[in-house]
Design a protein around this ligand. Sequence first.
Ligand SMILES: Cc1cc2nc3c(=O)[nH]c(=O)nc-3n(C[C@H](O)[C@H](O)[C@H](O)COP(=O)(O)OP(=O)(O)OC[C@H]3O[C@@H](n4cnc5c(N)ncnc54)[C@H](O)[C@@H]3O)c2cc1C
Length: 404
Amino acid sequence: MAVVVVVGAGIGGLSAAISLRKGLAPGHQVVVVEREMVQGFYPSLLWILKGRRTPKDITRSLDAIRRRGITLIHDTVQDIDMARRVVKCEREQVPYDFLVLAPGAEHAPERVPGLVDVPVHPMTSGSARTSGPVFNLFSIDGILGLRGALETAERGDILVVAPTGPHKCPPVPVETAMILDRVLRRAGKRKRFSISVFSPETLPFEAAGAAVGRTTVRAMERRGVSYHGNWHLEAVERGRRLAVFTEGRVAYDILVFIPPIRVPDFVKQAGLSSGKDGFLRVDPHYLSLSTMDNPRGGEDRVFAIGDVTDIPMPRGGSVPKSGAVAHLQSLVVAGNIAALVSGKTPRRRFSGLAMCVVEMGDFPPVTIVGNFLSQSGGFRVLPRLRAFTTVKQLVERNWLRERQ
Ligand SMILES: Cc1cc2nc3c(=O)[nH]c(=O)nc-3n(C[C@H](O)[C@H](O)[C@H](O)COP(=O)(O)OP(=O)(O)OC[C@H]3O[C@@H](n4cnc5c(N)ncnc54)[C@H](O)[C@@H]3O)c2cc1C
């Protein structure tokens, strides 16, 4: 009997666990270790901002996955003993034959002075809605606080700021600005607000090439939203309401930030940090910690997927941290582990092909397709059809159904 342990039950981890359960004979065990019993579907946070969802609509308890024949361990991983093949948690030690690491990336607002006391927990709404006009977009509290601020404000300058370094979901700053435009137009007060995006990227979605970035900037400008590329946030002076960039200071009335990220502590503790910023370097196609040339050997039993990985792209930069990538990678890893367990050759590969639907407020989304791992990338923008929003809704519905 093989024991496959998955660390993290987010977008990539749970999808891997469900696929493994389907692909493995009942005698084999699938174990998920997760520290948060309540999970939320991150991409739908922006629909809360839009007024289309409530926090309850997009959060689920993980308990339901036990009914799928998956063992759920509610614990926090602290280290991994690769030699003994044991995942060391706060309370338990969990042995494995195969291991899938899917712990995502930690939010690290403490990297920017002035952001540290803004609520950071992504999915649990608490009392901290008092952070004033500075809002963490990647948390339910931040989104609810921002909605409240938009209802009461009559005029002002709104900044949407992407951090220096990688962050989750590269299109989020643009999507947020366009949703803010929509919300303010509907409230009949758009003309009294400016909306600006500040980002270290020269153009939005650098990973997809300049043509895609220019198309997106044009679409933003048509709505009076400005894009400022090559700006690097250093600090926020809350008292004076100033965002301090390397390039200059900008006053704000409302500041919305996307938090910087860092690699989870246990990855460093286990000595696995091997890529940019300490994230995990894996084989780009097989997602193993070493190559599949020797599929039976040592670390080929350890795979990593999703935001915790750092996969260099042939054209420079790293594969973006996105749910779509985490999901596709989960299917590859699950299929290959199922093959290895039954003595077959693992044949699935992550091709790098991905699609990204970028919300544009009241307008049809900008949908981008391309291949992160090909030399040319070949990224292009598909016709602007509302049907692509339906694709996103179907992904959300599937995520919620998997947790019922
Ligand atoms: C506001 C927002 C909007 C987004 N929109 C989109 C979008 O439209 N499309 C898209 O493709 N992507 C989007 N993303 C990005 C997407 O959500 C992430 O890229 C995706 O969730 C990464 O999946 P993952 O499985 O790697 O990590 P996660 O989904 O973050 O899951 C990691 C899990 O591991 C657990 N964990 C971490 N450390 C430990 C530990 N030590 N012990 C136990 N458990 C641990 C965490 O609690 C978590 O549940 C968005 C993200 C945000 C925040």
